[in-house]
Design a protein around this ligand. Structure first.
Ligand SMILES: *Cc1c(COP(=O)(O)O)cnc(C)c1O
Length: 239
């Protein structure tokens, strides 16, 4: 346990250094960027250690794993982000622990989330997941809605009880015009965020960047980076 704590502390320190350096290079204050540690596939004990080490934001992408983990960590001062593709039959469970759902990608999901948030007496912060590899109207390979679909979904979230429109999220595309061009992808997301904030000024979260590309995300203006591997280690392949 102590070994694991030392390991996580060392990894966290390195990630913190990278974020601080990226902020400095971009002329941004360090407080502009929030680190979200993606704890998927790792046990609740790791989440507990991370909380002891000062982590306050964690993310998960599968309700089956996240729900028991969040329950085991309910005493910790953590904000939980859901970042995976979300089926409507999992929404009731997710609303039980998630403060933010970053993977809003269709109106049906918004409708069900709203209903369940109201039912649970909770307010859920919503980020529209943008697929930069999709056609203007299509869906991305890794989830998300095409840029042309943001406005309609955002307006729907904004007028749905129990939901709060927080901003945009993306995963750097592996295919299409942005493949291998993370900086350009994240700059495009920032432009879309600027557009969104004209109608929804409070929706100022921009969630972008993972272990491999957090520097590009910070340079482009991301407010939240989602880091898994660089903190917890390489994940065992999911079966
Ligand atoms: C797993 C995951 C991350 C973290 O990825 P790493 O490369 O391990 O840092 C970030 N965002 C989403 C949506 C993820 O599913």
């Amino acid at each position: 346990m102590t070994d694991r704590k030392d390991e996580l502390a060392g990894n966290l320190a390195k990630v913190e250094e990278r974020i601080a350096a990226a902020c400095a290079a971009a002329g941004r204050p360090r407080e502009d960027v929030t680190l979200i540690v993606v704890t998927k596939t790792y046990p609740a004990e790791d989440v507990r250690i991370l909380a002891e080490l000062g982590v306050r934001h964690v993310a998960e992408n599968r309700d089956q794993d996240a729900a028991p983990k969040a329950a085991a960590c309910a005493d910790l001062p953590l904000t939980w982000h859901f970042v995976g593709q979300l089926q409507t039959n999992k929404v009731r469970s997710v609303v039980g622990y998630a403060h933010h759902v970053q993977s809003i990608d269709r109106s049906k999901l918004v409708t069900v989330l709203s209903r369940e948030a109201v039912r649970a007496g909770r307010e859920v912060g919503c980020l529209i997941q943008v697929a930069l590899d999709a056609g203007e109207s299509g869906r991305g390979e890794r989830g998300g809605v095409a840029p042309g679909g943001i406005e309609e979904l955002a307006d729907l979230v904004a007028r749905s009880p129990g939901l709060r429109l927080d901003g945009l999220m993306t995963v750097a595309p592996l295919t299409g015009e942005y493949a291998g061009r993370q900086r350009a992808a994240f700059e495009r997301l920032m432009d879309l965020s600027t557009d969104l904030r004209r109608a929804h000024p409070a929706a100022n979260m921009v969630s972008a960047g993972m272990s491999a590309d957090l520097e590009q995300a910070v340079a482009a203006g991301a407010t939240h980076v989602r880091v898994g591997t660089a903190v917890l280690g390489v994940r065992p392949r999911l079966g």
